[in-house]
Structure formats: C-alpha cells, structure tokens
Ligand binder design. Sequence first.
Ligand code: NAP
Length: 252
Amino acid sequence: MAGIEPRDYQPRPDLLHERVILVTGASDGIGRAAALSFAAHGATVVLLGRSARKLERVHDEIRTAGHPQPAIAVLDLAKAQGPAYFDLAEQVAGTWGRLDGLLHNAALLGERSPIEQHDVGTWQQVLHVNLSAAFILTQVLLPQLRRSTDASILFTSSGVGRRGKAYWGAYAVSKFGVEGLAQVLAEETRDNTRIRVNCLNPGGTRTAMRRKAYPGESPDARPEPSAIMPAYLYLMGPDSRGVTGGSFDCQA
Ligand code: NAP
C-alpha cells in the first residue's frame, strides 16, 4: 500500500471486521457518515455525541442495515468533567477490553470574526470542544488503545488549521492545535506501541457546519460526507499500518 493517496483508497467490504471504533460527533455530518461507513465495513462503532435522540437515530440506521450492533455514549464535550470521561473508558474496557480506533471528529465552528472582536467565552468553548476534549478523551482511552494489536487515532483537521486565514478565529487556532497534538502523540507512540496517529482534513463538505460557514454557497457545491469516506477507511483500517504522524486530505 506504499505511496497510496488515502482519498483514492478502495476498501474491501470486511476491512474493519471485529474492530471497535469510537467516533465523536457521530450524530450528524461527517461523523455520522464515518460511523455508518465503519459499521458497513464490519466495525462495532461507539457513537459519541451530546444528543441521545440523534445518536439513537444513527444507531437504528446501522441496525436496520444489518451491521454490527453499535453502542451509544452520550457525552457533551463542552460540559463533561473527569468522571464522565473515566466512566466512558471503563465502559470500553468492561465491554470490549480494548479499542482499535478513535476518530476525533466533533467540533464547533464558533464565530467568524476578527481576533480583535472575538468573544472570549466562545473562544474558550471552541478551544475546549475542538482541542482540549480530544486531548482528555485520548488520554483516558490510551490504555485501551494500547491493548489493541493495531490501533489508529485519527484527528480531524482543516485547511485553516494549516495556514491561518482571517476571521476564522478560535476554530482555526483549535485546528492548528489538533495538528500539533497529533504530531506530539505520534512521536510519543511511534517506537513503543502499535498505535498510529494521523490528521485528516475533510475539505469543504456538505454539512451543517459548512452551511453555517458559507451561507451563500449552493448546497450542492460540495460533496456529501459519504463521498469522502475512502480516506477515513484507509487511515482507520489495517492497510495504513505503519503510517503515523501524517496529515492528509480527503479531497484533491
Ligand atoms: P457538523 O455537521 O456541525 O457536525 C459536528 C458534530 O460534532 C455533530 O455530531 C455535533 O453534535 C458534534 N458536536 C458538536 N459539539 C459537541 C459537543 N459539545 N459534544 C459532543 N459532540 C458535539 O460538522 P461537520 O462538518 O460534520 O464537521 C466534522 C468535522 O470535520 C469537524 O471536526 C470539522 O471541524 C471538520 N471539517 C469540516 C469541514 C466541512 O466542510 N464540513 C471542513 C473542514 C473540516 P450535534 O449533532 O449534537 O450538533
């Protein structure tokens, strides 16, 4: 698989057979599509989000399609404190005894505004949900990821997390942080674990967040989340074994 572009990957149907993968922000948009796609390729998916009602809908879609029974983890990443994270880690340990994949996907856009006028509360909330919560979740789940024979941690980046862009405020800064966190963790796990850590930028994709960021854009100007899944499947599955510390794009 050397030299493959993740976005050109063609997964086999049973790619994620018997893998346990947790997806944050699985209730909508790209996270929902990733949860459905991982399940369709054989994974048992832990659906994490803040709305039980929306997660139940995704859960039912997966079951109706005949894929492995998913689990639901209701956790509001803006509000959750230590014990809620530890309960989740215990649930994973007690149910499966390991974790094979962790997709950090949940994020808030916050506000599009100049730094000079950026609301401080919004700044803190965006940095917390997009970056600090991913750090805490990774920390509590690392013992279970270490128990996998082939684990993948995938962070969700953005074009504005690689090159700063006016008015993208806390969102852009949080994504720079995500890229940094992934690099640091990749170095720390490279030689002494079977865990790989990478970043993936979906590129403009037809979701509620995209509509909020670009209200004037035609709805069909961007691909559906389901169309960008090849890169997610590549980086989550065994064919990316040995690939770590990278930052990839779903779209050309
Ligand atoms: P989206 O449609 O707004 O979905 C965001 C997901 O995150 C939803 O499931 C949402 O839950 C969840 N979430 C938000 N706040 C949360 C919280 N406090 N606790 C738990 N879950 C929370 O966004 P998207 O476009 O699919 O974005 C997915 C990822 O791709 C994000 O990391 C985003 O930065 C990145 N990205 C997207 C684009 C794009 O064009 N769409 C481009 C570059 C990067 P609810 O359903 O409850 O709201």
